[in-house]
Ligand binder design. Structure first.
Ligand code: NDP
Length: 263
């Protein structure tokens, strides 16, 4: 299948690790030019250098940007405007989950979580919308979690925030149609930076990475028997973002190895 991405411009927030990193790589493989961001300068430069080797320095733009800071997101969009003067695909991926119950979440933590989940969508969408307006096939694809539909007792705050984000995206799919398509992927457990950090913090340090991941998949009752890989998510995102998905908007695609219990 031709995704018709040659010469198009993709923006990926949080492109320096895990799913975002895999998205940048997949867009480059498919012929798109890619601008991506992250907060950590060293990781950003490491990713930039690797992608420059893969695709040539001229096809990538790496910019330090915290997606919760309006002035930094605006500066990222201005850098893209100076670089390519348009954007075709925005992938709002940057973020992380919060493990907490209602009892263990302070008001400040609620505000921080709602800020991250909502403004990691709102700010890039506002900043990049004029550039998307210059595309004949514009799309926004948000990375969200299955927790939006299936809250977990140990992730109360993040689950509520993620449900709100799905509502926002549905509204935007209507408001921006037909000029910009808006879709999301809702994820189960994907091997990435956040699970790497939890593995490093495991209690039994003698447990190997493979054994730890296998035990995690079993404890979460994942029908596929394992966690997903970032490249498996990236392929779905690149498709949804591409002109090949021209009639798909307001949709969410579950990528979870079958772990959801709703129909
Ligand atoms: P990683 O930790 O591997 O990657 C997260 C990326 O986002 C990094 O590049 C990080 O770089 C960047 N980032 C985080 N916060 C910000 C910020 N405020 N501004 C800009 N960049 C930021 O995790 P994943 O690949 O797993 O996460 C990608 C998305 O998928 C996240 O939104 C996460 O919540 C979501 N998700 C992941 C699941 C999983 O099982 N892996 C399940 C459900 C959802 P830096 O720290 O340098 O800023």
């Amino acid at each position: 299948m031709d995704l018709a991405l040659a010469g198009r411009v993709a923006i990926v927030t949080g492109g320096t690790s895990g799913i975002g990193l895999a998205c940048v790589r997949s867009f480059l493989d498919e012929g798109a030019d890619v601008a991506f961001c992250g907060r950590d300068e060293a990781r950003l430069e490491q990713a930039r250098a690797a992608f420059a080797e893969q695709a040539g320095a001229g096809r990538i733009l790496a910019k330090r940007c915290d997606v919760t800071k309006p002035e930094e997101v605006q500066a990222f969009a201005q850098a893209v405007a100076a670089w390519r003067s348009r954007a075709d695909m925005l992938v709002n991926n940057a973020g992380q989950g919060r493990v907490s119950t209602f009892e263990t979440t302070t008001d400040e933590q609620w505000r921080a979580e709602l800020d991250l989940k909502f403004f990691s969508q709102v700010l890039p969408i506002r900043a990049f919308k004029p550039l998307l307006g210059a595309s004949d096939a514009a799309s926004i694809t948000a990375v969200n979690s299955l927790l939006a539909y299936q809250p977990e007792p140990h992730m109360v705050c993040t689950s509520a925030a993620r449900a709100g984000v799905q509502s926002l995206l549905k509204s935007l799919a209507g408001e921006f149609a037909p000029a910009i398509r808006v879709n999301s992927v809702v994820l189960g457990l994907i091997e990435s930076g956040q699970w790497e950090r939890r593995f490093e913090a495991r209690e039994d340090k003698s447990q190997s990475r493979e054994a730890w991941l296998a035990a995690l998949a079993q404890s979460k009752h994942i029908p596929a028997g394992r966690l997903g890989r970032p490249d498996e998510v990236a392929r779905a995102i690149v498709f949804l973002a591409s002109p090949a998905a021209a009639y798909i908007t307001g949709a969410s695609l579950e990528i979870s190895g079958g772990v959801s219990r709703f129909i």
